[in-house]
Write a protein that binds this ligand. Structure first.
Ligand code: BTN
Length: 338
């Protein structure tokens, strides 16, 4: 991404056209730079409407990330926030920082990821301005072996925020995708560092589709959706979303570190997209196990009622597919460990 791209795009809005000449004058750059920036934005998935005689306008109502807008309430709970224009991956960035002693509750949000990581080694795609992407570093008092319910706690917290914002159909797919009517709205990637026995460090990465799912559909095999397909424009401010999600995660993670997953179990089941529904689990060896998803245990393992009784599965061992019409197929955004 060229360094001044975001400065140029911040001069444009969804509401009004602004001429290339005016943008160039305000930033003291050439009109050709503005023109090139528009092309670069398009190549990164941000549509800009260009109308001769009127200028440029953003095709979607993008709100750019602004630390001043999302971070002030974090000071009360110790979250140290950073915003980046572009990173390979917010998770990769924090994993590296974790090794050099980054503080508990370090947070980084980026406008663009060059190599966004999804689960199971897949990539995470988001058009410029269309996704909310952030990672939170959490130092747990529990060993990594006791974090099995963590990804469910995170997914639940995100879904709760979305319901509070008016998206009542937000639900969780085990272990932690966020779905709306079977289509993926958000994903979570948790990477662990440190000792399996001593205190552990988790980098919790969250990607939410806010705008522009339409343009992701061609690249993904699974149904995908974004917030703009379910909420009014006023609810699409990524700064507000980020603030609310981080505040919720802060509360949930403090509780999880203290009490484990069991206090979340009932709420998680109430948000479970496939609760008491037929599903298939696919093992790494290609085996398919069918049954009814009857809930989760106190460690976050999925409980599947099969012909041979209730079986318990841990995330990472299997991936889940709905068996009821609305298939949730594996794709770039997929589920996996931990
Ligand atoms: C999934 O595959 O569903 C998980 C996707 C997680 C994507 C987020 S975007 C912010 C953070 N940084 C990354 O590289 N990945 C996560």
């Amino acid at each position: 991404m060229t360094p001044q791209l975001l400065d140029i795009l911040r001069q444009l809005s969804h509401e009004d056209f602004r001429s290339g000449e005016e943008v160039a004058r305000r930033l003291r750059i050439s009109r050709a730079s503005v023109h090139n920036a528009v092309h670069e934005a398009e190549s990164l998935g941000l549509r800009v409407q260009a109308v001769r005689g009127r200028g440029y306008r953003l095709a979607l109502p993008v709100t750019w990330l602004d630390v001043e807008a999302f971070a002030p309430p974090f000071s009360g709970c110790g979250v140290v926030a950073q915003r980046a224009d572009t990173l390979d991956s917010t998770n990769a960035h924090l994993m590296l920082q974790a090794q050099s002693g980054a503080a508990h509750k370090s947070l980084v949000a980026a406008e663009w990821q060059g190599k966004g990581r999804g689960r199971r080694g897949r990539i995470w795609l988001a058009g410029l301005g269309g996704g909310l992407m952030f990672s939170l570093l959490w130092r747990f008092n529990r060993p990594a072996s006791e974090l099995s319910g963590l990804s469910l706690v995170v997914g639940l917290g995100l879904a709760q925020v979305l319901r509070d914002l008016g998206l009542q159909r937000a639900s969780v797919k085990w272990p932690n995708d966020i779905l709306v009517d079977g289509a993926k709205l958000a994903g979570v990637l948790i990477e662990l560092a440190g000792d399996m026995l001593g205190p552990s460090v988790a980098v919790i990465g969250v990607g939410v589709n806010v705008l522009g799912a339409e343009s992701l559909r061609g690249a993904l095999e699974q149904p995908v959706t974004d917030l703009s397909e379910h909420l009014p424009g006023s609810a699409l401010d990524r700064n507000v979303l980020l603030r609310e999600m981080v505040l919720r995660l802060n509360d949930s993670l403090e509780r999880f570190d203290r009490d484990g997953f069991s206090p979340f179990r009932q709420d998680w089941e109430a948000f479970h997209a496939h609760q008491n529904q037929p599903v298939h689990l696919l093992t790494g060896l290609g085996e398919r196990i069918s049954g009814n998803a009857v809930g989760v245990d106190d460690g976050g393992a999925l409980l599947l009622a099969t012909e041979s009784g209730v079986q318990r599965f841990h995330s990472g061992e299997v991936s889940l597919r709905s068996a009821a019409g609305c298939a949730v197929a594996p794709a770039l955004h997929d589920e996996g460990a931990p």
